[in-house]
Write a new protein. Structure first.
Lengths: 114, 115
């Protein structure tokens, strides 16, 4: 079945450091890929998405590129801030018009220190 | 403002009691979803509904029930049959086309604790 594997956390960085959170997936066809962010005590917010190979999703300085050849969707940010401290989830939804199920990774906790 | 509201934010239940979690959306979305989140885990799908008066089981539906009488509302009941109900519950909605272009948007969540 479909699956998403994220790098295990926690990840601790200093402010202005470069961030990479690895995400790889297993799915048939061409799924859509998502990054969601969850701030403490809150629900999930969509951070960015990509719906086809080589697409780059970007938002708030975060980027991720859909790499079909390596089945990856790594999240990057050039300079993190304390306010970026949160849990980040990689997720996919399979291709096919009748499929509604989002499959999530286990999440990666990011802590950014001043 | 359009969005998804969940209430209450915190809920406490005694063992053996049923409890209902509310989820309302004013995004005019056809599809709605319930997920469960446990510490250190991703989200797991409990139930989803693509249209009013219809819903399907997700991966962990045992011990839960839902209804979809209105497009805007998708309440989740956690029954006494659910063996380990303490968790964070998240409701989501999407336009409802299904497939890879159907982005899901989430509410703020309800934290349920069984005493």
């Amino acid at each position: 079945g479909d699956s998403v594997t994220q790098m295990e956390g926690p990840v601790t960085l200093s402010e202005e450091a470069f961030l990479t959170i690895n995400c790889t997936y297993t799915a048939t066809g061409y799924p859509s890929l998502f990054w969601y962010v969850q701030y403490p005590g809150e629900g999930l917010q969509l951070l960015l998405k990509a719906t086809k190979a080589d697409d780059k999703g970007s938002n708030k300085g975060f980027e991720a590129t859909y790499r079909k050849e390596t089945t990856s969707f790594h999240l990057e940010k050039g300079s993190v801030q304390v306010s970026d401290s949160a849990v980040y989830f990689c997720a996919l939804i399979p291709s096919g018009g009748s499929n509604y199920k989002l499959t999530f990774g286990k999440g990666t906790l990011l802590t950014v220190n001043p | 403002d359009g969005g998804i509201t969940q209430s209450p934010k915190y809920l406490f239940r005694k063992e053996g009691q049923n409890v209902t979690l509310s989820c309302e959306q004013n995004l005019n979305h056809d599809a709605m979803y319930w997920y469960r989140q446990d510490p250190g885990q991703g989200l797991r799908l409990i139930y989803y509904s693509q249209i009013v008066n219809d819903f399907q089981k997700g991966d962990i539906a045992e011990g839960y029930s839902v209804s979809r009488e209105k497009k805007e509302s998708f309440p989740l009941t956690v029954t006494s049959a659910q063996k380990n109900p303490t968790a964070f519950y998240l409701c989501a909605s999407s336009i409802g086309r299904g497939g890879s272009t159907d982005t899901q948007y989430f509410g703020p969540g309800t934290r349920l604790t069984v005493l």
